[in-house]
Unconditional design. Sequence first.
Length: 277
Amino acid sequence: MAIYGLVAHPAGHSQSPAMQNTMMSQRQIASYYHTFDVAPENLAAAVTGLRVLMAGGFNVSTPYKSEIITYLDELTPLAQRLHAVNTVKNINGHLVGTSTDGDGFWQSINPNQPHENVVILGTGGAARAVIATAQQYGVRRLTAFNRPHGNWSQRETEVAYLSRGIGQLADLSDNRSLTSALQQADLLINATTVGMNDARTLLTEYQIGLLPQYALVVDMIYRNQETGLLKAANKRNLLTQNGLPMLVGQGALSFEFWFNQSADRQLMARAIEGKII
């Protein structure tokens, strides 16, 4: 029985075992998916151990998506651009890293839903993955809003590079820029953790009301299934989506990367529904 798993710290809250073990069982694959809560000082030893055990592959989450690269043999072009990995495949002892976060997000969006003009809140790892894959899913203009910080110019360059020139970075406190972007957006994405454990939002109800009526509001948070942002959007009768479809989407793409066969996303979603806390 081949071993698969998640390398993260902490790892206990992950829903990946439920998704992946259900999918493996349904496809009659003789494998099992574990969580590996790895302390930072043990990351090298953990990867060595997974090699020795001939693990078929593993996911990587916070805080190791960039640090893991040191221990891999090859990266896909997307992982190279992002300098981040969330999925590793072991091909006869050769560890290949890729990222399924961005594609997992975009494939979770109804393709009939307009998404040419996108506003994204945040520029962290999840946001970067979405930005790097946006153009291939039909996005024509993307504005990432963030609070000012010390490496602003570097982050500005990264957004332009990752988006292949269709994206720009803007100051969240610049009301004029934010108002203009929201009025033209057909997709608003919260890629921050604001609202995960409380009702806080980065936008006021007035600002959310600036969105066109056909806009979709997506909050990547899934542990709080209706965040303050989604509640405010629902009050405006806007379409909303939480982070669960993205979670399933990236997991399904990991499964497909490992096993070269299609994943049943509905089955994987059912495997974790009701388990989100």
